[in-house]
Write a protein that binds this ligand. Structure first.
Ligand code: FUB
Length: 342
C-alpha cells in the first residue's frame, strides 16, 4: 500500500506544483474539533494552511524527505473569512506566487480568496476581500504552459454550495460579476435530480494579468458524455462533477479531473481548450478509505504523479485525512491508466 507522504499532521486535498525545481504541496490542514458530522461538512473545520516541499516522490519517505514550511496563512489573517479554510491551490506568474483558497465569509457563504507571496513556501498575504464574482469552493488554478494564460476552476456540491447558484429566485438578476443569486432558501443537499435534468457543472474564469481578479465572469465548464455528446446528466452520480477540480495539460490536450463525491471516484475528461467542453474519459482512482477524494496531477522529472488523500492514519475518520502520492501512466492514445488497487 502507498504510504502516507506527510505523517506529523492530518493533511488533505493536495495541490502539487513544480516550482523552482521542487514539488510544492498545498494541502488542507485537517484537525479534530469535536463538531458533529453532517452532509454540510461542518466537521471539516480547518483554520490554517501549511506548505510542504520535496524533491523525492518515491517511497519510502524517510524523515526529512518532505519539508514542512509551517503555517503560511490562518483564518484570522483573512479579513473577510469566518471559518473553514478548505482545499487550496497555488499558482506562479510574473515571479510571484498566489494561494487561492475558499472560506466561509461572515454570513456563512463560501467565497474564494487570493493571497500573495514572493516565495512558493509563503507566508502569503491575503487580499482584504474575496475575488469578485467568486463563490463555492475548491479553487484550482491552471497556467497554460504554452500560452501563459491563467484560469481558475472552482465549485463543489452540497456543503460546497454550488447548487445554491441556480438562479432559483425567479426574477432576480445575476450580479455585476455574472454570479447568479444565492438561494437563501437552501437548507440541505438539493442538486438537480430526475430524468432529463443536466448535472451542475464546475465553473471556470480567466484570471487577470495580476492574478488577483477574474478577467471575465465565471462560466460553466461543460462535461460531455462520450456516448451521446450531450452534457452529463444529473442522475449520473458515477460521472457527474461533485468537487475537487483540477486541470493539467499533456501534449496539446487538456485534462480536467474531479471527484464524483457520493460515488467516491476520481475521474477525468479530455478537451482541446482550457475553457472546455471536456468529454468524460474514465476513472483514475477507485474509492479510498474515507468519504472524500481529492487530488492533483503534476509532471516531475519526466514522470506523472497523482497526489490524493485517504484516511489511513486516522483509520477511517472522514475529516482526518493524509496525503499520498502515486505514479500514473498514460496509454498510447493519451488516456490515463486507472491506478491499480493495492
Ligand atoms: O477538505 C474539505 C473539502 O473536502 C474539500 O474542499 C473537498 O474537496 C473535500 O475534499
Amino acid at each position: 500500500m502507498t504510504p502516507p507522504l506527510i505523517t506529523h499532521l492530518y493533511t488533505a486535498d493536495p495541490s502539487a506544483h513544480v516550482f523552482e525545481g521542487k514539488v510544492y504541496i498545498y494541502p488542507s490542514h485537517d484537525r479534530e474539533t469535536g463538531i458533529k458530522f453532517n452532509d454540510n461538512g461542518d466537521q471539516y473545520d480547518m483554520a490554517d494552511y501549511h506548505v510542504f516541499s520535496t524533491s523525492s516522490l518515491d517511497p519510502p519517505y524517510a524523515e526529512g524527505v518532505v519539508t514542512d514550511h509551517g503555517v503560511v496563512l490562518r483564518t484570522e489573517d483573512v479579513p473577510w473569512a469566518s471559518k473553514q479554510l478548505w482545499a487550496p491551490d497555488a499558482a506562479s506568474k510574473n515571479g510571484k506566487y498566489y494561494l487561492y483558497f475558499p472560506a466561509r465569509d461572515k454570513e456563512g457563504v463560501f467565497r474564494i480568496g487570493v493571497a500573495e507571496s514572493d516565495s512558493p513556501a509563503g507566508p502569503f498575504k491575503a487580499d482584504p476581500k474575496p475575488i469578485p464574482g467568486s463563490f463555492s469552493i475548491d479553487p484550482a488554478s491552471f497556467v497554460d504552459p504554452d500560452t501563459g494564460d491563467a484560469y481558475l476552476y472552482f465549485g463543489g456540491l452540497w456543503g460546497g454550495q454550488l447548487q445554491c447558484y441556480q438562479g432559483t429566485i425567479a426574477d432576480a438578476k445575476a450580479d455585476a460579476h455574472g454570479v447568479p443569486p444565492f438561494d437563501i432558501a437552501w437548507q440541505g443537499p438539493q442538486e438537480p435530480a430526475g430524468s432529463g435534468k443536466q448535472a451542475l457543472f464546475p465553473k471556470v474564469a480567466p484570471l487577470s494579468e495580476d492574478m488577483h481578479t477574474f478577467a471575465a465572469p465565471a462560466r460553466d465548464l461543460v462535461i460531455l458524455a462520450p456516448e451521446t455528446g450531450e452534457p452529463i446528466s444529473a442522475d449520473d452520480h458515477d460521472r457527474r462533477f461533485f468537487e475537487a477540480a483540477w486541470t493539467h495539460k499533456r501534449g496539446n490536450k487538456y485534462y480536467f479531473s474531479y471527484s464524483t463525491g457520493d460515488s467516491h471516484y476520481l475521474v477525468y475528461a479530455i478537451g482541446d481548450s482550457p475553457l472546455g467542453p471536456f468529454t468524460y474519459a474514465g476513472r483514475i482512482l477507485e474509492p479510498v478509505l474515507g468519504w472524500t477524494t481529492h487530488h492533483s496531477i503534476v509532471e516531475f522529472q519526466d514522470r506523472w504523479w497523482l497526489f490524493h488523500h485517504d484516511c489511513e492514519i486516522s483509520k477511517g475518520v472522514n475529516h482526518l485525512r493524509n496525503v499520498k502520492v502515486t505514479e500514473i501512466f498514460y496509454d498510447d492514445e493519451g488516456k490515463i491508466l486507472p491506478v491499480k488497487s493495492e
